[in-house]
Ligand binder design. Structure first.
Ligand code: UDX
Length: 435
């Protein structure tokens, strides 16, 4: 099928390359010429395992084309909208890019074609866009097909997702939209992927409520960590024990520094803002607590660092291992790790920070921090070590070797990812999260 993808950020670039991988003929559009040039040369503009491979394969097969010229979408049967919806100044989602993309796209859409929203939007956006599309191009149909991809697993989550959700209008238009999307995802559906057909508002809500639930789960376990710290209990053992209950499940119950990234923090804030606009703010009032618990983790680690450095971090050498919001990513958007690092620097600590992939992205936001090229370099002479992102390379560090590099064998394990017994045996004082 001929497909267009509007927006070549995280979501769009992965979606476009994945659609080509599924055998479709794809034209991918972005307003940023630098991004387009890089993608056209097979150079992924961010770190995502598997993306360079499917991108090169798609380019070599001739099934993908990158352009800044919107008119090239003409002739595609399905047009995916995958632009960003960043957090605006009030916490509500900023829909500037979605509105601009749909307006620009509409000029080239023909009747019987489908505009398929993938961006995360406030509920009600799709109905509004559907009305303007059908006014401009009678016979064209707007549908919503939210994306649930996790960074680090984005390709896998796009090609073989847990489920497909189609938000479609009722009647014949909805039926043809389902048929068109079934054709797009034929390979995925043949693998037995569940497919749910719902109305537009439900599809928009599925995405934000899934993220709200995940954020709540993480903050729940971090709230338990706060209590465990006071009573001397172990939140990891607690998570294992409650996680055996299949109704609860062990996934997303890792206490630590909490959630960051380009989705969960902004999505829970935008969801609250939208609920308030709709007059049902009370229904999501608990998300303010979810957010507050999450942000408290960062303050807690800074306080713990001060405590371990005799009440004052000024002039102390602090080794930071990890800056990305999670491992296998170079993304530092709303990253707890980078936030803590910047705060310690601001308090006067002599920070040496290292991340296997995120030094560059971190330096763009916090150029004042001192970044180094290896864990060893960060660790040399440190008075305190902080492990803030659970990269495998950090989990696998040899604590005996690390003890030989640092000045003081004290470590804060912000992600509960170190082998506590091995580090203790190597002479370290280990402070975990909620343990
Ligand atoms: C998330 C959703 O998982 C995905 O479905 C949605 O489409 C986009 O948002 P992502 O932002 O890639 O994906 O990250 P995710 O793997 O969900 O992790 C989010 C944050 O939560 C990370 O900072 C991670 O470190 C943290 N986290 C996750 C925890 O602190 N504890 C956990 O148990 C799990």
């Amino acid at each position: 099928m001929r497909i267009s993808v509007i927006g070549c950020g995280y979501l769009g670039a992965v979606h476009a390359a994945s659609m080509a991988k599924l055998g479709h003929e794809v034209v991918a559009v972005d307003v940023d010429p630098v991004k387009i040039e890089r993608l056209a040369a097979g150079d992924a503009p961010f770190f995502e395992p598997g993306l360079p491979e499917i991108l090169s394969e798609a380019i070599a097969s001739g099934r993908i084309r990158f352009t800044t010229d919107m008119s090239e979408v003409a002739g595609a049967r399905v047009h995916f909208v995958a632009v960003g919806t960043p957090q605006g100044p009030t916490g509500a989602a900023d829909l500037t890019y979605v509105d601009a993309a749909v307006a620009a796209l509409t000029q080239y859409v023909a009747p019987d074609e489908f505009v398929v929203g993938k961006s995360t939007v406030p509920v009600g956006t799709a109905a509004r866009l559907a009305a303007s599309l059908s006014e401009a191009v009678p016979g064209a149909t707007l549908v919503w097909n939210p994306e649930f991809l996790r960074e680090g697993f984005a390709v896998q989550d796009t090609i073989s997702p847990d489920r497909l959700v189609y938000g479609v209008p009722s009647g014949a238009a909805g039926e043809s939209a389902v048929a068109a999307l079934d054709e797009v995802y034929a390979t995925t559906l043949a693998e037995g992927t569940p497919r749910l057909v719902v109305d537009l508002a439900t599809a928009e809500l599925v995405k934000v409520s899934a993220n709200a639930f995940l954020a709540t789960k993480i903050s729940f376990i971090n709230a338990m960590a706060e209590i465990a710290e006071v009573v001397g209990a172990d939140v990891t053992a607690l998570a294992d024990a409650i996680g055996h209950d299949a109704r609860i499940g062990r996934k997303f119950l890792n206490a630590g520094l909490g959630f960051g990234g380009g989705c969960l923090p902004k999505d829970i804030r935008a969801f609250q803002a939208r609920a308030t606009e709709l007059g049902v703010g009370e229904s999501l009032a608990f998300l303010a607590d979810v957010d507050a618990i999450n942000l408290r983790r960062r303050a807690h680690v800074v306080t713990l660092a001060e405590e371990l450095l005799d009440g004052d971090v000024t002039g102390k050498r602090v080794a930071v291992l990890g800056l990305a919001f999670k491992p296998n990513s170079d993304d530092v958007r709303d990253s707890p790790a980078l936030d803590i690092t910047a705060r310690l620097h601001e308090l006067g600590a002599l920070v040496s920070a290292y991340d296997p992939e995120a030094n560059g992205t971190a330096a763009r936001i916090h150029p004042e921090v001192h970044y180094v090229d290896s864990a060893d370099e960060a660790l040399r002479g440190a008075d305190l070590v902080l492990v803030l992102t659970e990269w495998n390379a950090f989990r696998q560090l040899d604590p005996v070797a690390v003890a030989g590099l640092v000045q003081n064998p004290v470590v804060i394990d912000g992600r509960n990812c170190l082998d506590r017994d091995a580090w203790t045996a190597a002479g370290f004082t280990v402070r975990g999260m909620g343990r």
